[in-house]
Design a binder for this molecule. Structure first.
Ligand SMILES: C[S@@+](CC[C@H](N)C(=O)[O-])C[C@H]1O[C@@H](n2cnc3c(N)ncnc32)[C@H](O)[C@@H]1O
Length: 315
């Protein structure tokens, strides 16, 4: 297994300690421990929650030859926030089939992720399927790391950002960072979660979502009975149709979190901000890609459950 490390475990551990001190935990820590990675795999494999998105990736795989015509010898597939790579592998298989039928190009897969556990799974899965694979352990919220990962291969390249990963950051900034990596003839496949007020609210109560959030808290010794998870649906005033779902933990008694061998006291009533997620109206998602990212949308796929909109874009 080949993995290039731009973001080290020691750096993540240091950032994690600082984030707990600041009472604000960004997305990458929710996939960091093996327990969190397992909780994410259970969540992302849930048919009710992610079955629609998986169907979209199967449809993309079936049409893979349509948006990869400009690739001649080799398709570098660079997936930002690849997770365990399960959805990426659907597309890789589609590309492999298209190549076999039409004597087309081979893929070189580059999963990019901060989670060592998930990155190993993505690399092992693609290795098992006989794809040449190079994992890149990097921070996809950093423009410098994104450019480093993008430069792992010469253009044209196929970039992927799936599972509403864009919505786990400030999407207006993140889409610009991603766009800066794209060159002429590169393709980007990116999805966004469509805001549906009642369903978005109901999803918060799903046991797999709560288990996923609780896995990180458990890793620092905070249990379900120590406090309460709270969700808030906010409108981002920068654009109509831009919604931010925030999550937080509120301590119901005085607690001590154990972080890298240090004790961090938390007082009753204190809140820790957890990772957030953006969701959009379809038009706002298109606006994000076109106006903020400077991208052209060539194809769109709405998942059968209406939860995700996936766009195939270029610059
Ligand atoms: C919502 S999951 C999506 C995973 C996968 N693309 C899918 O569709 O199932 C987000 C992924 O991004 C990774 N991630 C989150 N923040 C990151 C960061 N700052 N740098 C690198 N990876 C990050 C997580 O480890 C996780 O694998």
């Amino acid at each position: 297994m080949k993995v290039e490390v731009v973001l080290t475990e020691a750096e993540i551990a240091q950032e994690f300690a600082e984030a707990i001190e600041a009472r604000d935990l960004p997305e990458k820590f929710f996939f960091w421990s093996p327990r969190s990675a397992q909780a994410w795999r259970t969540l992302s494999g849930d048919e009710d929650l992610f079955g629609g998105l998986t169907a979209t990736w199967a449809a993309l795989a079936a049409h893979a030859d349509v948006f990869t015509r400009q690739f001649s010898k080799r398709i570098p597939v660079i997936s930002f926030g690849a997770g365990d790579g399960a959805r990426d592998r659907l597309l890789l298989e589609g590309l492999k089939q298209a190549a076999l039928e039409q004597d087309g190009p081979d893929c070189h897969y580059f999963p990019v992720d901060a989670s060592q556990t998930l990155l190993e799974l993505a690399c092992a899965g693609a290795d098992d399927d006989d794809f040449e694979t190079t994992g890149i352990k990097a921070d996809i919220s950093s423009p410098v790391h994104l450019v480093y990962a993008a430069d792992a291969a010469e253009p044209p390249r196929l970039f992927i950002m799936s599972g509403n990963t864009l919505g786990a950051f400030d999407p207006l900034a993140e889409v610009r960072y991603i766009s800066q990596c794209l060159r002429a003839r590169d393709v980007l496949i990116v999805d966004g979660e469509i805001y549906q007020e009642s369903e978005t609210t109901a999803r918060r109560e799903h046991p797999a979502v709560r288990d996923f959030l609780a896995a990180l808290l458990r890793s620092v010794g905070i249990g379900a009975s120590d406090g309460e998870l709270r969700f808030e649906d906010r409108t981002d005033e920068r654009r109509h149709g831009l919604h931010q779902i925030t999550r937080s933990f509120r301590a119901e008694r005085d607690l001590v979190a154990a972080v890298n061998g240090e004790q961090v006291p938390l007082q009753r009533g204190e809140r820790i901000g957890l990772n957030f997620q953006y969701a959009y109206t379809p038009d706002t998602f298109r606006w994000l890609l076109r106006q903020q990212g400077g991208l052209e949308i060539d194809h769109e796929y709405t998942s059968p459950d209406g939860r995700f909109l996936t766009a195939v874009c270029r610059k």
